[in-house]
Design a protein around this ligand. Structure first.
Ligand SMILES: Cc1cc2nc3c(=O)[nH]c(=O)nc-3n(C[C@H](O)[C@H](O)[C@H](O)COP(=O)(O)OP(=O)(O)OC[C@H]3O[C@@H](n4cnc5c(N)ncnc54)[C@H](O)[C@@H]3O)c2cc1C
Ligand code: FES
Length: 258
């Protein structure tokens, strides 16, 4: 258990919050975009399971981490009521994040809804490597649109919404055209499972390699309970892999969808 202080908390869109906390571990020892923090919201018996939330931004100097989340269920609603100065039990960063490749020239970051937050820290780190970045992000509607200004700092941002209230009407895959992908070295995607499946298929057609961050339900978050497995194909063999420990990021070509 690691109790850390809440430094700030604010609503940023409909039911969406940004919380900044002290880092629960020494970030100078290393962390990766795409890794997650595991929050235990209260000591109450009803909330023994931690909630996994992705790293959105890191301030190494101040040793602070920002996470952006949707208050969808009881645990995250309680998290949204924590005030600056209060403490929260957090472990992490956990899991394996997005690998970055020095030889890449152009990365496409693809985020759907609450899958957008990890793209911010990833974009910052890729930009530090002088890479061209295009972000393609999709939301249900304008009321859920988040982090567009942050992503615009790294390059072009293509926005889509299902109801057409912001950006083009449609799904992220509608923007993954042959023209956009022509000079792409790699893609990185995080979002709901149907989106990840469609992105994998589309990018296979365009012949762009990449990574998917899976949002499996988690228990322990540290490889003990086997509550988070997903089928992964390696060497023509499909086995269930723990997404908390071996993921949540996997090579897109390895991820098996039903
Ligand atoms: C690696 C990873 C990173 C994530 N990053 C983010 C993020 O940056 N921002 C964000 O808003 N959400 C993120 N999620 C989803 C987030 O963990 C769930 O929305 C959250 O746990 C729901 O908790 P709750 O108390 O609101 O819901 P409840 O319904 O009260 O939760 C009950 C149980 O189900 C689990 N659960 C419910 N929905 C999900 C879900 N979609 N994914 C995983 N577990 C779930 C909870 O952890 C809890 O154990 C991430 C999930 C994973 C696996
Ligand atoms: S969440 Fe327990 S093994 Fe992954």
């Amino acid at each position: 258990m690691s109790l850390v202080k809440v430094l700030s908390q604010r609503p940023i869109a409909d039911q969406l919050f940004s919380i900044t906390i002290e880092s629960p571990s020494d970030l100078r020892k290393g962390y990766e975009p795409g890794q997650f923090l595991h929050f235990r919201i209260t000591d109450s018996f009803d909330f023994t399971l931690r909630r996994p939330l992705s790293i959105c931004k890191v301030d190494l100097k101040k040793r602070q981490i920002t996470v952006v989340y949707r208050a969808s269920g009881e645990g995250t609603r309680r998290l949204s009521r924590l005030l600056p100065g209060e403490q929260v039990d957090v472990i992490g960063p956990l899991g394996h994040g997005f690998p970055m490749h020095d030889e890449d020239q152009h990365a496409i970051l693809i985020g759907g809804g609450i899958g957008v937050p990890p793209m911010v820290e990833l974009g910052r780190q890729l930009r530090n490597r002088q890479m061209k970045i295009t972000s393609v992000v999709g939301f249900a509607s304008k009321r859920q649109a988040i982090l567009l200004d942050e992503l615009a700092e790294f390059g072009d941002v293509i926005v889509l919404s299902q109801d057409g209230s912001i950006g083009e009407e449609g799904l992220v895959t509608d923007a993954l055209t042959e023209a956009l992908c022509a000079d792409a070295s790699r893609f990185y995607a995080c979002g709901p499972t149907p989106m990840l499946k469609a992105v994998k298929e589309t990018m296979q057609i365009h012949n762009v390699p990449g990574y998917l961050s899976l949002e499996e339900r988690m228990g322990c978050g540290i490889g003990i309970c086997v509550g988070c497995v997903h089928p992964i194909e390696r060497d023509q063999k499909v086995t269930n892999r723990k997404t908390c420990k071996e993921g949540p990021v996997f090579l897109a070509q390895e991820v098996v969808f039903s």
